[in-house]
Ligand binder design. Structure first.
Ligand code: MIG
Length: 725
């Protein structure tokens, strides 16, 4: 930094009212510019002199061509910063009244995040109430929406942060970053919302195509206790013709909660069971917790101690805390050696035929420490006052400084192990905790919700903000995790859940049974029908994942994504777009037979049932009895729909119908083998579909995949005919 730059930055840091006065920053700041997928990006790097180095970034995986620029480079919203305390930075910016705030990962709040403080510090908080703050996933990306001139800021630091977004209603924003290391901040824009997300996911990566089976229906509960029960649940699905692709095993499959073990008593022929299930087209997903039981007779513990992979305290003792197995130790995933060690043990699951892994408790959650960071902590505590230390290339560092990386790095280690050990198979991983970039490794579910209508409704804005934060493969526990679901709530939840990218029914230990047949045959029939709809939508869903890989677009999108000029659409958080062609408007209240839906400009076709169209813009009450698919298709769309199947392997070869909505329409279609990574070598089909003047046509952008026996049909105005493709 030159003397002039330093003077300039001093000027920029002039304190204002309500601000901490002292700027004690001594060190270097550098500014760089680049264009990322057409979006201007300014990167500010701040390195305090005493530390001389910033925490490693595991978020940004692609570096564009950066050009140095001066400190006076304009930042949007008059963004300024200072170091107020040795272990704290403050950022100040303006938040004009018309700006809507999105992103920040997993927030229990509305779509627009304004008017609240958002603490980013990964926390196992099972109380999802209005006053809930930190949850499991923290993504320091804030989108400031203003139509085509939107901006985003990404504060790449895994240390605890508090984002105050106009909490005083004075149109000011403030971030407290509790860190003594430096940070990098990326300011993106001006650009449209889709372009911002495209640029952000270009820097931090995207979700590759998931295995097709993982987009099917997954059935879970805490826990199916033994082989008999697991086989029985699977049998029920097939016997009752309810679509399902995966059975999920929660913690009780293990021997005394020891990670990388199976109970001999309750699962005496585990691998055999997994194989039998596979023959019935079920994939097994098993939970994996990071806490390793402290027991010298347990091979994983002994091996880990020998390899030196566990976190230690500031006094260099093994860090021990209680989780499910009792006193446990925790791999330090920041260490490359620990990740390699972990990968070696992951082989256990592959040897048993388990195809998907579910990473839980990876904030990490510790039974003794429910509150990770006290609300009134002004700066990052000293190392010896933090729970443990982690090893970086620059030496030991207090856990809190890098806390938000724990789930990300556990996911990275597990993902890379699966990819390395089965290179031609797409991995399926589900993680509870995470940080920016998690989308490269795992799908996410939003943790311990309740069987409440309120949580059904809340899932919409929460999942939308996850998608805008770069994570497209998301869902919440269908039926709700805690509490007892009612039959009405369960059906309503499936109505919305068939549009969650990740579709899983899961429930707590002592909750009432909530498998689709747990109530009357009427309830079962309605859920069966809804799941059929999900499986029919699979070709559309796959095309959306393909599109995400290309552009970073989430599958669930706020109305603002496609109707950025429609002032009414912008504030809707109880309806959303599922891709560009389907609008979903679920019933999220008890005792309703329908709801009011806002239809933006254009003509809308009910997805199922009635043929009467609705012309927007208008607000209209729509009758939606239990079991309704709450979706509307834009006029001008062509949806690729498969014949309904009971499992996704069958969907791969099922007939596909291109359903044309309106007289002039277009759509996209993607297909491949759904399981391998051959698509990376061009083994896939990507078609552009169009319909005009009564003629349907396909433009084949790529025709690299032929291992199928699909018959294609086109349907328009009630008539269906075969297509030669
Ligand atoms: O302390 O594995 O969010 O889905 O069923 C609870 C038992 C641990 C929390 C997860 C939940 C899972 C449960 N786990």
């Amino acid at each position: 930094m030159t003397e002039r730059d330093f003077q300039l930055s001093r000027k920029i840091h002039q304190p204002r009212q309500h601000e901490r006065t002292a700027n004690i920053f001594v060190g270097t700041q550098s500014h760089h510019r680049a264009t990322v997928e057409g979006v201007p990006v300014l990167r500010i790097t701040s390195v305090p002199q005493n530390e001389g180095v910033i925490a490693p970034s595991f978020a940004v995986v692609k570096e564009p061509a950066w050009r140095a620029t001066t400190a006076s480079a304009a930042t949007p919203f008059d963004l300024r910063w200072q170091q107020s305390l040795p272990a704290r930075f403050d950022f100040y910016f303006n938040l004009p009244a018309h700006i809507r705030c999105y992103g920040l990962g997993e927030r229990f709040s509305g779509l627009n995040l304004r008017g609240q403080t958002h603490t980013l510090c990964n926390t196992d908080n099972s109380k999802h109430t209005e006053s809930a703050d930190s949850l499991y996933v923290s993504i320091p990306l804030l989108i400031m929406f203003d139509g085509n001139v939107s901006h985003a800021i990404f504060l790449d630091s895994p240390a605890p942060q508090r984002w105050h977004l106009d909490v005083e209603l004075d149109q000011k924003g403030r971030i407290e970053l509790l860190s003594r290391l430096g940070w990098r901040m990326y300011s993106l824009g001006p650009a449209s919302l889709p372009d911002l997300v495209q640029a952000y996911t270009s820097l931090t990566g995207r979700t590759s195509l998931p295995p097709l089976w993982s987009l099917g229906h997954q059935q879970s509960r805490w826990s199916y206790p033994d082989e008999q029960r697991v086989r029985e649940v699977a049998r029920q699905f097939r016997q009752r013709n309810i679509a399902c692709d995966a059975i999920v095993l929660d913690i009780d499959y293990m021997d005394d909660f020891r990670t990388f073990t199976v109970s001999d008593e309750r699962f005496p022929r585990f691998a055999h069971m997994v194989k039998d299930l596979a023959a019935e087209h079920f994939h097994v997903v098993a939970i994996v917790d990071p806490g390793i039981k402290q027991d010298p007779d347990y091979h994983v513990f002994a091996d880990g101690v020998e390899c030196g992979v566990f976190c230690r305290t500031a006094r260099h003792e093994l860090f021990v805390d209680e989780v499910w197995p009792g006193d446990s130790v925790f791999p330090d995933f920041l260490k490359k050696d620990a990740r390699t060690w972990w990968a070696k043990h992951i082989q256990f699951y592959l040897d048993n035929g388990v195809e998907g892994l579910w990473l839980d408790m990876n904030e990490p959650s510790l039974f003794s420490k429910k509150q990770v960071l006290a609300k009134d902590v002004e700066e990052l505590p000293e190392n010896d006052q933090q729970m443990f230390m982690q090893q970086t290339q620059m030496g030991p560092i207090g856990h809190l400084e890098v806390r938000n990386l724990y789930g990300l790095l556990m996911s990275m280690a597990t993902h890379d192990a699966l990819v390395k050990q089965r290179p031609n198979r797409r991995p399926f991983l589900l993680s509870r905790a995470g940080y920016a970039g998690l989308q490269r490794y795992a799908a996410v579910w939003l943790g311990d919700n309740m069987s409440w209508f309120q949580h059904l409704g809340k899932s919409v804005p929460m999942l939308l903000n996850m998608g805008l934060s770069g994570i497209p493969f998301v869902g919440v526990d269908i039926g709700g995790f805690g509490g007892d679901v009612t039959p009405e709530l369960l059906v309503r939840w499936y109505e919305l859940g068939i549009f969650y990218p990740f579709l899983r029914n899961h429930c707590i230990m002592d909750g009432r049974a909530q498998e689709p047949w747990a109530f009357s045959s009427e309830v079962e029939n309605l859920i069966r029908g809804l799941l059929e709809c999900r499986y029919r939508l699979l070709p559309y869903l796959r095309s959306l994942f393909w599109q995400h890989m290309r552009t970073g677009a989430p599958l669930m999108r706020p109305m603002a994504w496609h109707f950025s000029q429609d002032q009414i659409a912008l504030d809707l958080s109880d309806q959303f777009m599922f891709g560009e062609q389907i609008m979903v408007a679920p019933v999220v209240e008890a005792g309703q037979s329908g709801r009011n839906i806002y239809f933006p400009e254009g003509i809308w076709h009910p997805f199922a049932g009635s043929t009467t169209t609705i012309e927007g813009p208008c607000l209209k009450r729509v009758e939606m009895p239990l079991g309704t698919v709450p979706a509307f298709v834009r006029d001008g769309a062509i949806l690729p729909l498969a014949a309904a199947t009971q499992w996704t392997d069958a969907a791969l070869i099922a007939d596909v119908t291109f359903v044309v909505y309106g007289d002039s329409a277009c759509g996209r279609y993607f297909e491949d083998d759904g399981i391998s990574v051959a698509f990376e070598e061009g083994v896939y089909n990507e078609w552009e579909l169009s319909f005009a003047q009564g003629e349907f046509s396909i433009k084949k952008k790529r025709s690299g995949y032929s291992g199928h026996r699909i018959q294609y049909y086109v349907q328009h105005g009630g008539k269906t005919k075969q297509v030669n493709a």
